[in-house]
Design a protein around this ligand. Structure first.
Ligand code: NAP
Length: 487
């Protein structure tokens, strides 16, 4: 039977998931292009001290590769990376992966994709599957004097492990999940930590614990047992997600919990500084077992005055105070709207991705775009991102893509893209649902697009999985046979 030639761009969570799904469906003619030197994506790039996934390990994993070896309820970054590398190796993906090879461009020539890489060559594929993630271009803030700082400046996602921390005064700019994890980990290990906060965050309390050797042995003996905590967590996250997308009891309960948590900060002035003026979950909720403890330490300072400039040895805030430092860590997030850019992608009629996304990233059901036939995205625009495991999203989307590949193989079509009308309808429905979500209740966040509306799925992740695993409605698609292409 005709086997499609497939390019997967990216070897992080969704690229690995997609490749395994292809293998399991019998599609073997695929090449994974990875610009980095190893598997893991965000879990390869991020290696800062204190990196822990705030989704429980037994849920933040693929259902086809349940790991009995998790050491903690919430696993540390290196353990997750090791898991992902392990899944890739176990499935022999290295035979199909080209590391250190960046896809620089992809042009649809009317019947196939011409894919260009940093190696200089061009190869033809029937399908391009973009598994590039969305939190991979570090946001370097435009702060005057940053380049003149005499010590070390590093972004959290580009941790320089050769920089000695002992005896150093460290400044952390940013109070998102990364900033709070970093400050929690550095406090007590360096003589002084200064956290520069532009906007306070609500913090959901949690407790991390190590799994006992007995429970580990049990999961090793009966791997299928892993399905139970997976399903339990899925149910718990389903309840949580109600609070994200509907005003009501769950949202109020979470607000109550985070407000109570904040009361653990004893100094009223510090508590005032840490109190957000927006609802919990409006920004991505930060989950921490120790941030409020740590921020009360005498060797940790919370600076809420805006940063005016950076000098050779200090950050200077608007009130004229100099905060002398040896290291500045930029925990300032990512350009979350880039997705597969800067890849230069050109679809039918010479339409470029930048043109298609002039008003912001748009996709049909998070996986496809009109005018870009046979191009699929994993964890693309409008996927359910918020505090939800991307492993689950990638598994659901992979199954949808495999479904289309089977239909291609059966000769139902040569090229497929959603229609512009279906994409407009989908986007209009999303926009209409946005006001019910917590993300539009009055805060700035990376979830919001140019128009101030959230760019992520505004319903529950469960509803997304149901949709993406259902049979696609033919009216939404433009399916063409080869003879019709270009006419
Ligand atoms: P982020 O949530 O985008 O936070 C960036 C922080 O930097 C914010 O506090 C922001 O302030 C601040 N900032 C940006 N530019 C600044 C400037 N010029 N001056 C001062 N402050 C500035 O980034 P992140 O913490 O790296 O997290 C990004 C995402 O990664 C998370 O939302 C999450 O999805 C993921 N993540 C997950 C985990 C996990 O445990 N699963 C851990 C880390 C990260 P404002 O709020 O005022 O904009």
């Amino acid at each position: 039977m005709n086997s499609p030639r497939i390019a997967i761009v990216g070897a992080g969570i969704s690229g690995i998931c997609m490749a395994v799904a292809l293998q399991r469906a019998g599609f073997t003619d695929f090449t994974i292009y990875e610009k980095g030197a190893d598997y893991g994506g965000t879990w390869r790039d991020n290696s800062y001290p204190g990196l822990v996934c705030d989704v429980p390990s037994r849920y933040y994993q693929f259902r086809f590769a349940m790991n009995p070896e998790w050491t903690h309820l919430y696993s540390a970054g290196p353990e997750i990376r090791q898991y992902l590398v392990g899944v890739a190796r176990e499935h022999g993906l290295h035979r199909s992966t080209r590391f250190d090879t960046e896809v620089t461009g992809a042009v649809f020539d009317g019947s196939a994709w011409q894919v260009t890489t940093s190696e200089g060559g061009t190869r033809e594929f029937d399908f391009v599957l973009c598994a590039t993630g969305f939190l991979h271009h570090p946001n370097r803030p435009d702060i005057p004097g940053l380049d003149e700082f005499g010590g070390t400046v590093m972004h959290s996602a580009r941790w320089q492990h050769d920089v000695e921390l002992t005896g150093k005064r460290v400044g952390v700019i940013g109070t998102g999940s990364t900033g709070t994890q970093l400050v929690s980990a550095l406090a007590g290990k360096v003589p002084r930590v200064v956290m520069f906060q532009r906007t306070p965050q609500w913090i959901l309390p949690t407790v991390n614990r190590a799994y006992s050797p007995v429970s580990k042995r049990l999961y090793q003996a009966i791997p299928a047992l892993g399905q139970l905590p997976y399903l339990f967590n899925r149910a718990a996250f389903a309840v949580f997600s109600q609070g994200l997308v509907h005003p009501g009891r769950v949202r109020r309960l979470i607000q109550w919990v985070v407000e109570r948590n904040l009361r653990s900060v004893k100094d009223p002035e510090l508590r005032r500084k840490l109190t957000p003026d927006y609802q919990a979950m409006c920004k991505r909720l930060v989950v921490s077992d120790r941030f409020y403890q740590v921020v009360q330490r005498p060797d940790v300072a919370l600076v809420t005055e805006g940063i005016d400039r950076i000098e050779k040895d200090a950050v200077v805030t608007a009130d004229g105070q100099r905060h002398e430092l040896d290291i500045i860590v930029l925990a300032t997030g990512f350009d979350s709207h880039a997705f597969m850019r800067p890849m230069a992608i050109t679809g039918t009629g010479g339409r470029t991705l930048d043109q298609a996304w002039a008003e912001g990233p748009r996709a049909f059901e998070g996986v496809m775009m009109p005018d870009f036939p046979n191009l699929f995205m994993l964890v693309g625009p409008h996927s359910p991102f918020a505090n939800h495991p991307l492993t689950a999203v990638a598994e659901a989307q992979s199954s949808r893509i495999v479904g289309w590949l089977r239909r291609w193989q059966a000769g139902e079509f040569a090229t497929i893209a959603p229609t512009g009308a279906a994409t407009d309808r989908f986007n209009a429905r999303m926009r209409a649902a946005a006001p019910s979500t917590v993300w539009t209740t009055g805060c700035q966040s990376w979830y919001l697009g140019k128009d101030g509306l959230p760019e992520l799925w505004p319903w529950t992740p469960g509803a997304y999985e149901k949709l993406i695993r259902s049979t696609p409605d033919p009216v939404d698609y433009d399916l063409r046979q080869r003879v019709a292409i270009g006419k």
